[in-house]
Design a protein around this ligand. Structure first.
Ligand SMILES: Nc1ncnc2c1ncn2[C@@H]1O[C@H](COP(=O)(O)OP(=O)(O)OP(=O)(O)O)[C@@H](O)[C@H]1O
Length: 524
């Protein structure tokens, strides 16, 4: 591709031996100066597909003596994504960081606090449309003469996050001519509108019919179970370590995050929660630490309250952050499993959630619990993901619920402690805790940017109600078919003292044993 050696060295350090399909197609076209509209499935490496040519073009331009100026603007729908894009660009510019400077302004710091950063005119600015517009209006950022490249990442989400007006206003501050890239996992009407607004004669790259990797990389299962059984099943899967590797558990509402966390706590299964009420510093820290292997489980809500930005004014929603998005675009690394504890409400949401696993070339598993009220949604997802030969992407998860009946008593016992009041208290406690953490993080990381190991986010929220015996699983409760192959006692305390695991390829996730008579009939 004729890329600068410093860029190639950074790519090599990232361990990327070859470009992904979207990168192979998009980078040369972008280097030629073409506008691009790219749709590629989630996790396919879209960020580098635009970041590499941007960096290359900035490096090229630095060969002639030019004034330092903002040359590229990257618009993202969420703060999490903003931070992630900045990190990716920093990694790619590790060997030319003086020549290509990047600043992410999506975090909710004071405009005036971010002003000095923008005054230095970083080559690349990353931000949400509302944030960028605020800086443009305050004249902290001036783009009308310098901007050469504009990226709209996760373009399908920008409008649904309520950024339409901001974006249109923002365009008035841009020069007449610049190169644009629109990146999206799905082509929606909103993307079409954006295309007309931003792109001139674009090359359209529509790379994959399927929006998720195929079954050789991503295995998808569903199991029908009602409310109590969901808790029984998740407890068994996690406690008996039938689910292995880093796992994202998605629930429908913020309350449910805490309900599930408190429930698992009873069995000494630690988990972090991630939702729009937590401060952005904490959210980003949780994601970073999860990527570094500090935590095995994150219980997350996704965009439910976000699809409708007005939800932030509704009862109970006033603290929600409309620029929050966990299932969209965030690069959780080496996630072995996504579990839909509550089924998502739209097909797109399913794709974005499940797209957090099986990223790049890694394998992954998705398991969805389906209550009878969610059956219609399941059919919609199945229809949308139907393969060319009418194969259903989601296979039934063969699990003999009757074999784990013995655990029901414990499960009910634990559920009794998770009262509405306990959930309410936990929710408050967590937010207070995270606000404190967030302050600590802010000041601490200003001085120690490399040290991210300061705080944990998976501490117990309600230690008083935990009964010590619940932590262990007596042998007689373990289904005969599973005895000898699982080690429920190997777990938390010992593990937590371990050093963080090195990053690596996600391991096959759900236990498979040939000697288990169909109890866990999963991958080979
Ligand atoms: N050429 C490559 N070889 C190997 N891994 C890569 C390559 N390019 C990117 N990756 C890795 O693939 C993962 C997914 O990349 P990225 O986040 O850019 O995907 P995406 O297409 O933007 O996904 P989403 O739509 O979910 O945001 C990242 O962890 C990234 O480091």
């Amino acid at each position: 591709m004729g890329l600068d050696d410093r860029l190639l060295k950074a790519v090599a350090d990232l361990g990327w031996s070859q470009p992904t399909l979207i990168q192979e197609r998009a980078i040369p076209l972008a280097l030629e100066g073409k506008d691009l509209l790219a749709r590629a499935r989630t996790g396919s490496g879209k960020t580098a597909a635009y970041a590499v040519p941007i960096i290359q073009r900035i490096l090229d331009s630095k060969q002639s003596v030019r004034e330092q100026d903002v040359r590229a603007l990257i618009l993202v729908p969420t703060k999490e994504l903003g931070q992630q894009v900045q990190t990716m660009i920093r990694q790619l510019t590790a060997f030319c960081s003086r020549d290509v400077r990047v600043a992410d302004i999506s975090a909710k710091a004071d405009l005036s606090a971010q002003r000095p950063i923008l005054m230095e005119k970083p080559d690349v600015v990353v931000g949400t449309p509302s944030r960028v517009l605020a800086h443009l209006n305050a004249q902290n950022l001036v783009l009308h003469s310098s901007l050469e490249m504009l990226v709209v990442d996760e373009a399908d989400l920008l409008f649904s996050f309520g950024f339409e007006a901001d974006l249109k206003n923002l365009l008035c501050h841009l020069p007449k001519i610049y190169q644009s890239f629109l990146m999206s996992a799905t082509f929606t009407e909103d993307v079409q509108t954006l295309k007309e607004l931003l792109l001139h004669n674009p090359v359209i790259l529509k790379l994959q019919g399927s929006q998720l990797p195929d079954s050789s990389q991503l295995q998808q299962y569903s199991i029908k179970c009602e409310e109590e059984d969901k808790f029984l099943l998740i407890y068994t899967l996690l406690k008996l370590r039938l689910v292995q590797g880093k796992t994202l558990l998605f629930v429908g509402e913020v309350d449910r995050c805490y309900r599930l966390k408190l429930f698992l706590e009873q069995f000494s299964i630690p988990a972090c929660v991630l939702n729009s009420e937590l401060p952005v510093q904490s959210r980003c820290h949780i994601i970073t630490q999860f990527n570094q292997g500090f935590y095995d489980y994150i219980i997350a809500t996704d965009e439910q309250s976000l699809a409708d930005p007005t939800a932030s004014t509704e009862k109970g929603g006033k603290n929600k952050d409309k620029e929050y998005g966990v299932s969209r675009g965030v690069d959780f690394q080496n996630v072995a499993n996504v579990i839909n504890f509550d089924f998502p409400t739209t097909v797109e949401s399913y794709i974005h959630r499940v797209g957090r696993t099986a990223r790049a070339d890694n394998p992954g598993t998705a398991l969805s619990f389906i209550a009878h009220t969610e059956l219609d949604l399941l059919s919609q997802v199945e229809e949308a993901l139907m393969g060319d030969n009418s194969d259903c992407a989601l296979k039934p998860y063969q699990f003999k619920m009757e074999e784990i009946e013995g655990f029901r008593y414990r499960c009910r016992d634990a559920m009794r402690s998770v009262t509405k009041q306990a959930v309410k208290e936990a929710r408050l406690k967590e937010i207070k805790q995270e606000l404190l953490n967030s302050e600590k993080l802010k000041t601490y990381f200003e001085d120690n940017p490399r040290d991210l190991q300061l705080l944990r986010h998976d501490k117990d929220l309600h230690p008083a109600v935990i009964k010590p015996h619940m932590k262990n699983v007596p042998d007689y409760l373990v289904p005969e078919t599973l005895r000898g192959i699982i080690n429920p006692l190997s777990g938390r305390r010992r593990k937590r003292r371990e050093k963080p695991k090195p990053q690596g390829v996600a391991k096959p996730s759900f236990k498979v044993r040939n000697n288990v008579t169909k109890q866990v009939e999963l991958h080979n």
